[in-house]
Design a protein around this ligand. Structure first.
Ligand code: SF4
Length: 310
């Protein structure tokens, strides 16, 4: 993302933020929601909610599963709601999100995400579109200096960074839910079975003294097959991460096309970026903690959560 700040400024944006901070917010909200459901033994398995194509698919094909989907807004929508609230009353504020995803264009227009009657995200540009804008503006991307993210949203963690790859959301949630925040604990979590480009992965971990069964699925065909197994009783999970694009957002519909090798390289890049972050878990993001702590229950629900209805 640091690489993208300078071209965005040259293209005319006044402030450039990183959605990774939104991902940190999502981790905190989603992990807390999951732990609550686990304690109550309700609405399990809990399905993740950050992929809008999966949400649409579930609405059309599996409306009976909507209560099982996390109420958390996606990182894009959580962050946008907070920013919209931050710039409340500033009529000139226009929020543009850069995403690897074409489904995010649809997500931004959904009525459920309006804040005080206005769309939280005004426009979504895919990464391919931004590449085209940079090229047609004559900006020489390769020679540009990196720049920092603007205040007050510059703080991010490795947990937010890994959202872009299949298994990343689950790994981030597990880091948050883990009582042990040591490097060894995080390294152990990386090897429980959530990493890799396979379409379906499974892991069992211990949370709150309970064995928790996890599935990580990418690709909607794989998702359909997995749901069929859950419904028939052949499979049984507590937490299911769903990404519509095979390999996750690294292979999103808004990205330059990627074969298996390119997907692997992009995923490797994401884990390297995670390695470079000193803070590994979203609860160590002080900015996010401050934002969430400053909200009363009503505001937190209004800005960070959503309910999908049949
Ligand atoms: Fe968008 Fe694909 Fe990522 Fe889903 S997995 S959020 S459809 S890029």
């Amino acid at each position: 993302m640091l690489k993208l700040v300078t071209p965005c400024e040259k293209l005319g944006f006044d402030k450039v933020y990183d959605t990774t901070l939104g991902a940190d917010m999502t981790v905190i909200e989603e992990a807390s929601e999951f732990v609550e459901r686990l304690k109550k033994g309700e609405k399990l398995p809990m399905f993740t909610s950050c992929c809008p194509a999966w949400i649409r698919y579930a609405e059309n094909k599996y409306p009976e599963l909507l209560p099982n989907i996390s109420t958390c807004r996606s990182p894009m929508q959580m962050f946008a709601s907070v920013i919209k609230n931050n710039y409340k009353g500033d009529k000139k504020h226009v929020h543009v999100a850069i995403m690897p995803c074409t489904a995010k264009k649809f997500e931004a227009t959904r009525d459920e995400f309006k804040v005080d009657g206005e769309n939280a995200v005004d426009y979504v540009l895919s990464t391919q579109e931004v590449i085209a804008m940079i090229k047609t503006s004559g900006i020489d991307f390769k020679t540009l200096e990196d720049s920092s993210i603007d205040n007050p949203f510059e703080e991010i963690t490795g947990a937010g960074v890994i959202f872009g790859v299949t298994g990343g959301v689950t790994e981030a949630v597990l880091r948050y839910a883990s009582g042990d925040k040591s490097e060894k604990a995080f390294s152990d979590i990386a090897y429980v079975g959530v990493r890799g480009l396979e379409g379906v992965k499974e892991a069992t971990v211990e949370i709150l003294g309970k064995k928790v069964k996890i599935a990580v699925v990418s690709g909607l065909n794989n998702t359909s097959e997995l749901i069929a197994k859950i419904k028939s009783g052949e499979a049984d999970y507590d937490f299911v991460e769903v990404m519509s694009c095979p390999a996750g957002c690294v292979n999103g519909g808004g990205q330059p096309q990627a074969d298996y090798y390119a997907r692997a390289k992009r995923s490797e890049g994401i884990y390297k970026a995670d390695d470079m972050e000193k803070k590994k878990t979203s609860d160590h993001n002080e900015t996010v903690k401050k934002i969430i702590d400053s909200m009363d229950e009503h505001t937190r629900h209004k800005l960070l959560h959503v309910e999908y209805k049949k």
